[in-house]
Design a protein around this ligand. Structure first.
Ligand code: PRP
Length: 158
């Protein structure tokens, strides 16, 4: 699936759940027995996928990234303890520039790396993803939003 045209892409909880279940379906026959969630964005999809695939062994890798001299630096705040394996799924919500994915592939070379959303710069670094998003589109995930009043269109154009 490909979405384009908007610079902002707003995702409801239902839409996120639906897309993540699609990702779970794509992983169903991979014989996976454990999951590493990339905190924080990967925590919600990892929970949904663990439920769908009946996986009960989960771990986290906690990363923080920041911009430094126009380069993104990644810091591992807490590493995972699960061993790298072909039966391990590494789950994140999205791949954007690919910096996080690149570091995780080095950390888990045998594992399958899967995200719900993928932008062009990073998508070659993931094994499975559900939805293409244009590079200049900002993805607003449900946990970053709340319901708010929206003025009628007629009033907005005044
Ligand atoms: O491909 P990249 O450019 O590396 O971007 C992808 C990463 O960015 C987001 O995390 P974020 O830095 O927003 O941290 P958070 O998940 O803790 O909010 C997302 O959850 C990925 O981990």
């Amino acid at each position: 699936m490909s979405l384009s045209g908007n610079k902002n892409f707003y995702v409801s909880w239902e839409a996120f759940h639906r897309a993540t279940k699609e990702l779970a379906k794509m992983c169903l026959h991979g014989n996976f027995d454990s999951i590493v969630a990339v905190s924080r964005g990967g925590l919600v999809p990892a929970t949904i996928i663990a439920r769908e695939l009946n996986i009960r062994v989960l771990d986290t890798i906690c990363v923080s990234s920041y911009d430094h001299d126009q380069q993104r630096s990644l810091q591992v705040l807490k590493d995972a303890t699960l061993p790298d394996s072909e039966r391990l799924l590494v789950i994140d919500d999205l791949v954007d520039t690919g910096e996080t994915a690149r570091a995780l592939r080095e950390r888990f070379p045998k594992a399958c790396f899967a995200t719900v959303y993928a932008k062009p710069q990073g998508k070659a670094l993931v094994d499975k993803y559900v939805t293409d998003i244009e590079q200049d589109t900002w993805i607003h995930l449900p946990w970053d939003m709340e319901l708010a009043y929206s003025a009628p269109l007629a009033e907005q154009s005044r």
